[in-house]
Design a binder for this molecule. Sequence first.
Ligand SMILES: Cc1ncc(COP(=O)(O)O)c(C=O)c1O
Length: 379
Amino acid sequence: MEFINLKAQYEKMQSEINQEIKKCLSKADFIMGTAIDEFEHQLAKYVGVKHAITCGSGTDALQLIYMAYGIGEGDAVFCPDMTFIASVEPACLLGATPVLCEIDSNTYNIDASSLERQIKRVLEEGNLKPRAVVAVDFLGRPAEYDEIRKITNKYEILLIEDAAQGIGAFYGQSACGSLGDIGATSFFPSKPLGAYGDGGAVFTNNDTIADRIRSMRVHGKGTSKYENICIGINSRLDTIQAQILLVKLKYLEEEILRRQTIAKIYDCKLQSLVKVPPYNATGRSAYAQYVVLLKETVNREHFRNYLAQHNIPSIVYYPNPLHRLPVFHNINTYGESYAITEQYSETNVGLPFSPYLTNEEQDKVISTIKDYDFLYGGH
Ligand SMILES: Cc1ncc(COP(=O)(O)O)c(C=O)c1O
C-alpha cells in the first residue's frame, strides 16, 4: 500500500499528462512558456485572487513574499511552533527573527491568544518590530483567520498565509491561499495540487506587490531581462510543470471531494480508538494528510511497527516542534509554553491517505488499527 498513491493518480491522467509533456518537448518551450500564463490565470481564478505568481517552490514563494515586503533584520515574524521549517526559514535567511506561538488543541493551527501574547512580549521587550504573522493551513485545515485578522489589524502587522498544505481547502466561502494579505503555496508532489518536481506560487490582490514579485523571481528584472531594477532570485516554475499542473487542476475538485469521503470513513471508524482530525463545519479541509493522535498510553513506535508489519506505511507530521529543532536551540521563547505542540508532536501519526486510496486498502488500515487496539490497547 502506498502512503500517498501518486502512481494511481498518474495512471488516471497518463494520456493527458504525456501529451502535455510531449508538446512542451517538441516546442522546446521550457522556461516561462505559454503554459505558465495559462496556469497562473486558472489558479488565480480557482483561489479567487487577482494574481497567482508561480515560482520554483513553496519555500521560494515565501521568500519572495518576505523579500517583497522588505522583511529582515530587526523584524519579528510570528509563526506556529508546529509547522514545516520552510514557513519561517526564508525570513530567518533575510535576517528576521522567528517568534514561535503555541497551537490550538483542537485545530493544531496557530493559537490566536498565544499570538497576541507573543506580540505583546516582543513590544514590551522593545528589541524587535512585530512585522508579520505566517499562519499555516496545517495538514490542509484553514487557520482561524477571523481571530488572527483581528490581531493583525490591531497591531498593524502583515498576515501571510502559508497554504502549502491548503490548496483545495475553504474557510467559509473563501479558498485557502486568499485569506491573508498575501499567500503562498507549494506544488511539492505530495501536496493536494502537486507537480512532478518542485514548484510554488504566491497569491495576492495587490498590483504593486505582484509586480515586485514578478520582477524578483527573475533576478529583479525590469521591463527587460537585462535591465535589473532590484536584487532578486532565480525562481521560475518550469513550463513542463505548469503543463502537468494544468491537467491536475482540472481534477482537483473531484479529488478534494474524494478526500472528504475517505476522511469521513476514517473519522467514523476510528474515533473511539484515536483522536481523529477536527471536523470543519464552516468551510473544509483539503486533508493534505490524515493525521490522528494516539492515546497517551500507546507507544507510537510500537504502533507504527505493528502497522508496518502489516504493510501499512505511516508518517509522523512532525516529530519536532520548531523550538525543539537543533537550529533553533537558542531561540527566545519569551516564556511561552508549548505544551500542546509538544503533546501533538509526541502522539501524532499520519495514516495512508490520498484520493486514490481504495476501499479495500482503507478497510485494511481500519481493521489493523482495531486489531492493534484489541491486542495492545492500554499498553
Ligand atoms: C507548511 C509548509 N510550508 C512550506 C513548505 C515548503 O514548500 P516546498 O517544499 O515546495 O518548498 C511546505 C512543504 O512541505 C510546507 O508543508
